[in-house]
Design a protein. Structure first.
Ligand SMILES: *[C@@H]1O[C@H](CO)[C@@H](O)[C@H](O)[C@H]1NC(C)=O
Ligand SMILES: *[C@@H]1O[C@H](CO)[C@@H](O)[C@H](O)[C@H]1NC(C)=O
Ligand SMILES: *[C@@H]1O[C@H](CO)[C@@H](O)[C@H](O)[C@H]1NC(C)=O
Ligand SMILES: *[C@@H]1O[C@H](CO)[C@@H](O)[C@H](O)[C@H]1NC(C)=O
Ligand SMILES: *[C@@H]1O[C@H](CO)[C@@H](O)[C@H](O)[C@H]1NC(C)=O
Ligand SMILES: *[C@@H]1O[C@H](CO)[C@@H](O)[C@H](O)[C@H]1NC(C)=O
Length: 265
């Protein structure tokens, strides 16, 4: 029972898969490597010829890279240009013995759909991720600076808290901007290999006297908190409660008297 139901299908599956595996001498092998590292790509297959008769072809052209004595190809400090298909074979023959697709892992590519929605003194930066470069994104970083040059130069970039934005985030708020002012905002992703290129967006805050004053007042109030204001607020609340309690008592007393009248009569 066990043999028929479980083992037999497994064995048949194995017999079916095996010929494919043995015939993979020209299948494309995938090799992943980090940008800037040295990579050795072995020329697999059942080759017995000496190294001088081996040639490696990249994108249809014989490579200038060093072929080692074991026929493998040595790529030094690889860059994105080195990615793609590598094929090794016997010199002057068109058939290939081994084919390798090299993928070069890099820093994250620039973020896409980067937009800034500015109100008077607040702004919201939004972005999308187009890829991670081959390693997961560790965090995002956003910065801003005034677009108005001072003495002919732009000010230093200012950090936007938090400095390390969660990799699940796709937006960040910016506070304490000036109304009716232009700012550059920039944002980028970082992975194991480092930061990707920043994307810069220009935005101008709205002009609205009242709204700006309101926000400023609110923020200033939060920073320099006055205990007298608090005591006054508590007094007002307590006073209201006392008045409410007195009112409730009065109503209850009247109800009680009204209920008592028929009983007395
Ligand atoms: C890569 O190759 C270069 C040039 O041969 C060498 O200077 C460097 O140390 C190598 N790097 C590694 C990580 O082996
Ligand atoms: C390959 O062809 C070139 C000229 O086309 C010739 O000089 C060279 O000897 C040939 N190599 C082999 C291994 O036959
Ligand atoms: C090589 O790998 C890249 C990325 O994984 C893929 O886009 C490309 O189609 C592959 N090329 C070949 C010839 O398999
Ligand atoms: C960018 O925005 C467009 C339009 O809103 C959307 O279709 C696309 O999916 C976005 N790109 C990414 C990588 O999210
Ligand atoms: C501009 O430069 C002048 C002289 O270099 C300096 O006195 C002045 O304070 C600068 N203005 C600002 C806003 O930094
Ligand atoms: C907004 O700024 C521009 C240029 O900086 C200025 O010309 C304009 O008068 C300002 N608007 C208000 C309402 O302050």
């Amino acid at each position: 029972m066990f043999f028929e139901r479980v083992l037999l299908p497994v064995i048949c599956l194995g017999i079916e898969v095996f010929p494919l595996v043995s015939a993979e001498d020209v299948d494309i092998r995938e090799v992943l490597a980090d940008k800037g590292t040295n990579v050795t790509i072995p020329c697999g297959g059942l080759l017995t010829m000496p190294a001088p008769n081996v040639q490696w072809v990249h994108r249809g052209i014989k490579t200038h890279h060093e072929v080692l004595s074991d026929r493998s190809l040595l790529l030094r400090q690889i860059d994105v240009d080195d990615a793609g298909l590598y094929e090794c074979g016997v010199e002057n023959e068109t058939a290939y013995v081994d084919r390798v697709n090299l993928t070069v892992r890099t820093e994250p590519p620039p973020l896409v759909n980067v937009t800034v929605h500015a109100s008077t003194i607040l702004a919201l930066i939004l972005w999308n991720v187009a890829g991670d470069g081959g390693h997961p994104i560790i965090d995002f970083t956003a910065q801003y600076r005034s677009a108005m040059p001072i003495n002919g130069t732009l000010e230093q970039w200012r950090p936007i808290s938090p400095n390390h934005i969660s990799p699940n985030s796709r937006q960040i708020d910016v506070y304490h901007l000036e109304p009716n002012a232009s700012y550059w905002f920039r944002v980028w992703a970082t992975n194991l290999l480092g930061p990707g290129p920043p994307v810069e967006v220009l935005a101008t805050t709205l002009y609205s006297d009242q709204e700006a004053e309101l926000y400023k007042h609110f923020l200033e109030g939060a920073e320099s908190f006055d205990t007298r204001t608090w005591v006054a607020a508590v007094c007002v609340v307590m006073g209201t409660l006392v008045v409410l309690a007195a009112g409730t008592c009065a109503v209850l007393c009247r109800e009680w008297r009204r209920d008592g009248e028929p009983a007395a009569a």
